[in-house]
Ligand binder design. Structure first.
Ligand SMILES: Cc1cc2nc3c(=O)[nH]c(=O)nc-3n(C[C@H](O)[C@H](O)[C@H](O)COP(=O)(O)OP(=O)(O)OC[C@H]3O[C@@H](n4cnc5c(N)ncnc54)[C@H](O)[C@@H]3O)c2cc1C
Length: 398
């Protein structure tokens, strides 16, 4: 490819960041014959994350990945707890295999498998940080920390919540568009149960997700809720003490931002422009209630790659429309009911309902597995008496 008579381009597309979004975009593009360069200096690495990979995310990658080689825990139950009242309720999940509702994996392993698939398909990994992006001669010049530069026609920003591509070609997330997630990896301990506690102040939840040889324990809360990461982490430490969940295991702290957009933000997403596309966290595609982001990273990566490979005459518009219709509209529904989810009265009622009703257990299992859209949630809940009440509590004004 030659742009405007200047030096020939070695690659058609540069993907910045090789997390799930970037590695999967690179895999799909390279499999379709595009010349792809993938820049990320971090592998192999752990990413601050629960590491929960839902059934729908697994289904997306299963045809292309050797998932049987992924060291992961298949989750059998989700335990909801309420420490102030000492109440507990369990939701059975169809765990036990890598086809179940939810598996939990180390991100070193999961992202490593995706990256290996991308390079096997022909994407070229440049293990260097992208330090600058300039629009140049009808394409882009990317400078990397190893002192080299790449000239390409297309740039995919898959560089996470602090995306440089987003900052250079669109605009950074505002503080009110981010959550802080912080907590600890508890080494040398595991389980086949996730533990969740919904909390009202600041609104969010505490979790413990078991990987094969450690637990990822944490809390997330709006970044503008007036609580520091240090105070949130102290709360996690106290939760670990009260619940006894990590029973003396060594704790290793982590903190990381997660995009958490409002209904309005989801309606006006800035995810593509002339020659560039944002995918995954860089695009803000995270469920604002569950904070599931891995599935949307994979899905938006596939959409971006398919759009570029499709020959669509306005790729940025094709991609934006597809993301809006198939991802953002449902996430906007989640954002609309989010406040109610973490209200104290709702969480108490939820634990009681989960404890009593197999139908509510089934709804919660499907939400955790990503099988229940927010679009259909209201009608499904409305079909049971307790759930009708739950729905009113979730949507009533404070
Ligand atoms: C504490 C926590 C818990 C979470 N738990 C879950 C969960 O259980 N399940 C779930 O589905 N989601 C969870 N999420 C969300 C999930 O982690 C993200 O949505 C997901 O990782 C997004 O993937 P991504 O590829 O878009 O970005 P990332 O995974 O963040 O990958 C971005 C990559 O870009 C690279 N990069 C950044 N800047 C540059 C640069 N300038 N040049 C080159 N490379 C660069 C980074 O090294 C990184 O490898 C959680 C998030 C947090 C913070």
């Amino acid at each position: 490819m030659v742009a405007d008579g200047h030096s020939p381009m070695k690659y058609d597309v540069a993907v910045v960041g090789a997390g799930p979004a970037g590695a999967w975009t690179a895999y799909v593009l390279a499999s379709r014959g595009a010349r792809v360069v993938l820049a990320d200096p971090s592998h192999p690495r752990e990413k601050p994350c629960g590491g929960g990979v839902t059934g729908r995310a697994l289904a997306l990658v299963r045809p292309s990945l050797a998932l049987d080689r992924l060291p992961a825990v298949s989750i059998r139950t989700a335990r909801f707890i309420d420490t102030p009242t000492a109440k507990t309720a369990r939701v059975p999940l169809d765990g036990g295999t890598l086809t179940g509702a939810l598996v939990v994996a180390s991100r070193t392993e999961f992202d490593g498998l995706l990256l290996a698939a991308a390079t096997r398909a022909g994407a070229v990994l440049v293990p260097a940080r992208v330090t600058n992006i300039e629009i140049e001669h009808g394409g882009f010049r990317l400078d990397t920390a190893d002192g080299k530069a790449q000239r390409v026609g297309w740039v995919i920003g898959a560089d996470g919540a602090n995306s440089l591509v987003r900052r250079r070609l669109a605009r950074p997330f505002r503080r009110d568009q981010l959550s802080i997630a912080t907590g600890f990896f508890a080494r040398g301990i595991s389980s086949d149960e996730i533990v969740l506690e919904l909390v009202g102040d600041p609104p969010g939840y505490l979790w413990s997700f078991p990987r094969p040889d450690h637990l990822a324990i944490g809390i997330c809360s709006a970044a503008d809720a007036g609580v520091t990461a240090g105070a949130l982490r102290a709360r996690v430490a106290e939760w670990i003490r009260v619940t006894g969940i990590a029973s003396g295991a060594p704790l290793e702290p982590y903190s990381w931002p997660i995009p958490s957009l409002s209904p309005r933000d989801f309606g006006t997403l800035e995810v593509a422009g002339h020659g560039w596309v944002l995918v995954g966290d860089a695009a803000g595609l995270v469920d604002p209630i569950t904070r599931e982001g891995i599935f949307f990273a994979l899905q938006s990566g596939a959409f971006a790659a398919e759009t570029l490979a499709s020959g669509c005459s306005r790729p940025e518009r094709c991609y934006r429309d597809r993301v809006q219709a198939q991802i953002a509209s449902d996430l906007a529904r989640a954002a609309r009911i989010k406040a109610g989810f973490f209200r104290r009265r709702f969480t108490r009622l939820l634990i009681d309902a989960v404890g009593k009703s197999p139908r509510i257990q089934a709804v919660m299992a499907d939400l955790i597995a990503g099988r229940q859209s927010y679009r259909g949630l209201k009608w499904r809940l409305a079909r049971t008496l307790e759930a009708g009440l739950l729905w009113r509590m979730m949507t009533e004004k404070p």
